[in-house]
Write a protein that binds this ligand. Structure first.
Ligand SMILES: N[C@@H](CCC(=O)N[C@@H](CS)C(=O)NCC(=O)O)C(=O)O
Length: 219
């Protein structure tokens, strides 16, 4: 049977799951969801995940939506001894906290993507941009306290945040002068993580579309 992951390439929460799966050497089947055709709202898909979001995972009888739930499940079940999700309660709590932070970061990115790619609304983009900047400021603070997002070692929190921040960078919205620690962390992970490339194509695809959209809006 094995693990099935349903997703698309551009989506940051999907890419976070692919990064984790690759990092732990998970043997899984990737099922590309045709969102334009509304496959994520089909009765079969809604049976697995009524919230009609990707990523969605199926492992035997267990169907899960929500990237963070999928990530922590995969770690608990398939890589329980990995340092990517530490066992010590305090260390794990910090990773979990950063994963929650990452959900907020993703929402603030969505706040940019929607007005730029779908609504074509400059005012909405301008209204939402400060929330993204605020989250990047917070991440810059985290990275001032430790080398990585949730401590000195790379954890699943880094992989989740990486999927989001690489999109921001590809969109031309990660100013090096404003967020130098984030920029340096991203550069370091590029050489440090042997599986870094899993995320690159999707991040560039979405990021570059956003960059083009911003230019077209005249922002
Ligand atoms: N909190 C969710 C967010 C997932 C999400 O919003 N995915 C988007 C693609 S990036 C999606 O599936 N949108 C389709 C929909 O909401 O109908 C997670 O982390 O998995």
């Amino acid at each position: 049977m094995g693990v099935d992951i349903f997703g698309v390439q551009g989506s940051p929460p999907c890419r976070a799951v692919y990064l984790v799966a690759k990092a732990i050497g998970l043997d899984y089947t990737f099922n590309k969801v045709d969102m334009q055709a509304g496959q994520h709202r089909s009765p079969e898909f809604l049976k697995m995940n009524p919230a009609h979001t990707v990523p969605t995972m199926k492992d035997g009888d267990l169907c899960l939506g929500e990237s963070k739930a999928i990530i922590t499940y995969l770690m608990n079940k398939y890589a329980p001894d990995s340092e990517l999700y530490p066992k010590d309660p305090a260390e794990r709590a910090k990773v979990d906290q950063r994963l929650h932070f990452d959900s907020g970061l993703f929402s603030s990115i969505r706040g940019i993507v929607f007005p730029v790619l779908f609504n074509k609304n400059l005012e909405e983009f301008k209204k939402n941009k400060p929330k993204l900047d605020e989250n990047l400021d917070l991440l810059e603070t985290f990275l001032g306290r430790s080398q990585n997002v949730a401590g000195e070692k790379v954890t699943v929190a880094d992989l989740a945040v990486l999927a989001n921040v690489s999109t921001v960078q590809a969109a031309g919205l990660l100013e090096k002068d404003k967020w130098p620690r984030i920029s340096a962390w991203l550069t370091r992970l590029q050489t440090q993580l042997p599986y870094y490339s899993v995320n690159v194509e999707g991040a560039n695809m979405l990021g570059e579309a956003v960059k083009k959209g911003i230019a077209e809006l005249g922002a």
